[in-house]
Design a binder for this molecule. Structure first.
Ligand code: 4AZ
Length: 840
């Protein structure tokens, strides 16, 4: 695969799902230290608590479909936090919940909490219990308190604000000296709203673990791992380290249900599940290449596993150890070499909370500094990335946060300062950066200097493509004869005009293409009379006039989805869209395809695919030649590939025993979890034409069925009526050569390409495409499939949440050449033949 493109933020990226609980996003997460905030804030918090409770008890109740008006459920409210005890020496025995010391002090504090809460008649009415869960040096006591509000009093719920609870506690504690327990003095107290599922009583010892971290790596795992965690788990791990140490935890295996509101793991930089000190909350499945790793800011950490009764997954296994606090919190420094690298603390692990670092880059006088962040992920719930009021990187007075696939900055002088700040809650992977000194008089020797300071090849200037990321390479261009002059001054290839893609950015390349009032514009840009639309006859070359017709059921055209019972559905892309359209349900049958079982880290730059990212991709090895062609998984027994991989001048290519198929592979030199299968039958299309590459399709029947795993899963096949419009972004994958005549790739490559309008395709291929072919790529060149990618899939992600195979890599004039896009076999046109042979 050839790929010379630079990826920009927001360009059709699919970001890793953010796993924070949605209800919590609405919650206030500011650390409360007994300060009573203004009325306005109190009202906001009240509204947030009310919204959460309504969600929790009305919508979230999975076991009941009844609404609040039909069935009122009592509310359980929990507030958790910590108290600082003064004039008390810390006794390590307090760490053992079964020790006398723990029990006596916990009992006293629980009593103090109860007395204070009960002084407020309102809180007293609903007060249920207070529990002290742990102590740490300081002396800090961790606590939570539960209030039960009966169903009849639900309207009282908004009265429970963090401010009210805190005010009551604080008032009582100030007067504490005058009451019983005079020996206990509390100087600070916090309490914030907490998910009741996380309120655990360590004295009950049910799924509650105390771990002592040390230099040696130790491990722990969720109950039932690697089989399944139990339903309705409420597990807690309190991890401690010696003073002046931080704790590092790495989840080597992590597989929790995908829906974070049901099952999740939450990690705290505290011994209390206090939202204001949450490090992260995660669910889903993570491949070994993207493990979850976290570091605490001090010598304590709390990990919770919460599950419901619906779906159980294997859970997790984690390794933990200590790092001296001096190492854990050391970051920043002076960088004086002319080039170098630096990254956020502990990257790619999550950086620790509450940390500030500063890097001062100083290069030779007269030079300037260019910094490129290749990975940038500092994402937090409820943060406006224009303000970045929580965690951020600051360069030349601008704060950066959120997620960016690339960020390049240049200095004004020979010195550049980069500061990093993480607050007390929610951390992330951070960043990886590279810098180099450059001469401002000649910032990019033999290259084009973008306004942002980065350098790109001169050939990319004025090629119609935004290579700089800030459009500076496409401004002030003199358009060539074969280029279209956009209204905004840019030049684009003439072929891009009227292809339904807004290439100029100001729509000027698509403006002149509208049809007359009584006409309809086809997908390929041609105009047809309005009355021929939805007349069950194909009038547009691409059939788009019949693609989305809501004609009466039963009327069948080439563009209808045909149900098994012969019924016709006149709806675009009806198959596997999670809506049952056929009365026999056949449009939603066999839809366990086109999904990625692994949750992926999609921010990694470059074009290497991640393990499990394309689980239908197969590598075909021929005799002793190693990888020669690609294929895709259709079912446990059938692979789809290109006929030209088998029908060659060499008859050995048709001998099944000469082929080996590798599924679940990412690295050609690694065979872990890869399934090797031999081929039982090779079936090439009877109409395959070696001269024209028409009907370039082959089916391989495997000798042994595949076992589907996280990295091995079939892709969905589109129905013959499926429409993939021009301009749609799809992905081609393979181990093909990285440039024309080059060597095949060791790691699976991915490239984003666009479906090209059929008329343009026909022009650029000089009429060589048949209706069994389609073009995809970029007319400006730079990204394409290449030798060795043949037989592999061109996959498009549909709104239904599934990947469909639109094409099979077939041919092209060279690779990634200007105006020479890749040509693919058109799967929709060959769909019926696939069904005939395989029954799929
Ligand atoms: C090949 O030789 C080949 N640029 C595959 C795809 C393309 C070119 C050549 C498309 O297998």
């Amino acid at each position: 695969m050839y790929s010379a493109r630079y990826q920009y933020a927001g360009q059709n990226e699919q970001h890793e799902k953010v796993d924070f609980l949605t209800n919590k996003e609405k919650m206030s997460s500011k650390r409360k230290t007994g300060v009573v905030v203004g009325v306005l804030v109190a009202l906001l918090v009240l509204a947030a608590v009310a919204a959460f409770l309504i969600w929790l008890f009305v919508f979230k109740d999975a076991d009941s479909e009844a609404t609040l008006s039909e069935k009122r459920v009592p509310a359980v409210l929990v507030f958790s936090g910590h108290m600082k005890l003064v004039d008390m020496t810390y006794d390590p025995k307090l760490e053992d919940t079964s020790s006398k010391n723990f029990q006596m002090l916990a009992d006293d504090l629980e009593e103090i909490l109860e007395i204070n809460y009960k002084k407020d008649p309102f809180l007293a009415k609903y007060y249920t219990k207070s529990v002290v869960t742990a102590f740490s040096e300081g002396v800090i006591a961790y606590h939570w308190t539960q209030f039960n509000v009966p169903a009849d009093d639900l309207e009282m719920v908004p009265e429970f604000s963090e401010e009210r609870v805190l005010e009551m506690l604080w008032k009582g504690i100030r007067k504490q000296g005058k009451q019983s327990h005079q020996d206990i003095k509390i100087s600070e107290v916090t309490a914030s709203y907490t998910d009741p599922r996380m309120a655990r009583n360590p004295r009950a010892k049910e799924c509650f673990y105390r771990l002592e971290a040390e230099t040696n790596v130790q491990s722990f795992q969720s109950p039932g791992f690697p089989a399944k965690y139990p339903p309705k788990s409420r597990c807690q791990w309190q991890i401690r380290a010696p003073e002046k140490h931080a704790i590092a935890v790495r989840f080597s295996h992590f597989h929790i249900e995908d829906d974070c509101s049901n099952d999740f793991v939450s990690i705290y930089d505290s011994l209390s599940p206090d939202e204001s000190q949450a490090i992260t909350e995660k669910c889903g499945q993570r491949p070994p290449t993207n493990p979850l790793q976290v570091v605490s800011s001090s010598n304590i950490m709390l990990i919770n596993l919460i599950t419901d009764s619906a779906i159980q997954r294997p859970g997790f296994r984690a390794e933990y150890n200590i790092i001296p606090l001096s190492t854990a919190k050391t970051c920043g420094g002076r960088l004086t070499d002319s080039q170098g690298k630096f990254s956020s603390p502990h990257h790619p692990s999550f950086y620790p909370p509450a940390l500030d670092c500063k890097w001062t880059i100083e290069v030779a006088a007269g030079k300037k500094v260019r910094v490129k962040f290749s990975i940038f992920r500092m994402k937090e719930p409820g943060v406006d990335i224009r303000v970045c009021h929580k965690d951020y990187v600051e360069v030349m007075g601008t704060k950066y946060c959120g997620e960016m696939s690339s960020l390049a900055l240049t200095s004004q002088t020979n010195i550049l300062e980069v500061t990093f700040h993480s607050d007390e809650s929610f951390t992330d992977k951070g960043f990886n950066a590279e810098y180099n000194a450059y001469d401002p008089a000649n910032p990019c020797p033999d290259q084009f200097a973008c306004a942002s300071g980065i350098c790109i090849s001169k050939d990319l200037q004025c090629d119609g493509w935004n290579d700089c990321g800030d459009m500076s390479d496409e401004m002030k261009c003199k358009c060539e004869k074969d280029q279209f002059a956009c209204d905004n001054g840019m030049c684009k290839p003439k072929y891009w005009v009227c292809d339904r893609v807004n290439d100029c950015g100001d729509e000027s390349d698509e403006k002149q293409c509208s049809c007359d009032d009584n006409e309809w514009r086809c997908g390929d840009g041609t105009c047809v009379p309005q009355e021929v639309v939805c007349d069950t006859k194909k009038d547009c070359g691409d059939g788009s006039d019949e693609a989305s017709c809501k004609v009466s059921p039963g009327i069948c055209s080439d563009f209808s989805f045909k149900c098994k019972n012969q019924e016709c559905i006149n709806k675009v892309n009806a198959e596997c869209d999670r809506v049952k359209d056929c009365s026999d349900g056949s449009d939603e049958e066999s839809c366990d395809c086109g999904i990625r079982p692994y949750k992926l880290n999609r921010i990694v730059g470059g074009e290497n695919a991640e393990l499990g990212e394309w689980p239908w991709q197969v590598s075909l090895h021929f005799m002793t030649n190693g990888h020669v062609c690609g294929a895709s998984i259709l079912s446990d027994k059938w692979l789809l590939s290109a006929a030209h991989c088998f029908q060659t001048s060499n008859s050995l290519n048709l001998v099944t025993s000469n082929w080996r198929t590798y599924s679940g592979m990412q690295d050609q030199y690694k065979q872990d979890d890869v399934q090797l299968r031999s081929v039982q039958t090779i079936i090439t299309h009877p109409n395959y034409n070696q001269m024209t590459f028409d009907y370039d399709i082959a089916l391989l029947e495997l000798s042994q069925p595949l076992e589907f795993t996280n990295t091995i899963h079939p892709i969905c096949l589109p129905a013959p009526s499926h429409v993939f419009p021009a301009g749609m972004s799809c992905w081609v994958t393979g181990w093909g050569t990285l440039r024309e005549g080059g060597r095949t790739a060791r790691l699976l490559q991915k490239a984003e390409v666009k479906i090209i309008n059929d008329t343009v395709c026909n022009v650029v291929t000089e009429g060589q495409v048949t209706s069994r072919m389609l073009c995809s790529g970029f007319l400006s060149g730079g990204v394409d499939a290449c030798q060795g990618d043949s037989g592999g899939p061109l996959a498009c992600f549909e709104e239904s949440g599934k990947w469909f195979q639109v094409g099979i890599v077939s041919w092209g004039e060279g690779c990634a050449r200007r105006n020479k896009p890749g040509v693919y076999s058109r799967v929709t046109k060959l769909r019926d033949w696939i069904r005939e042979i395989t029954g799929i």
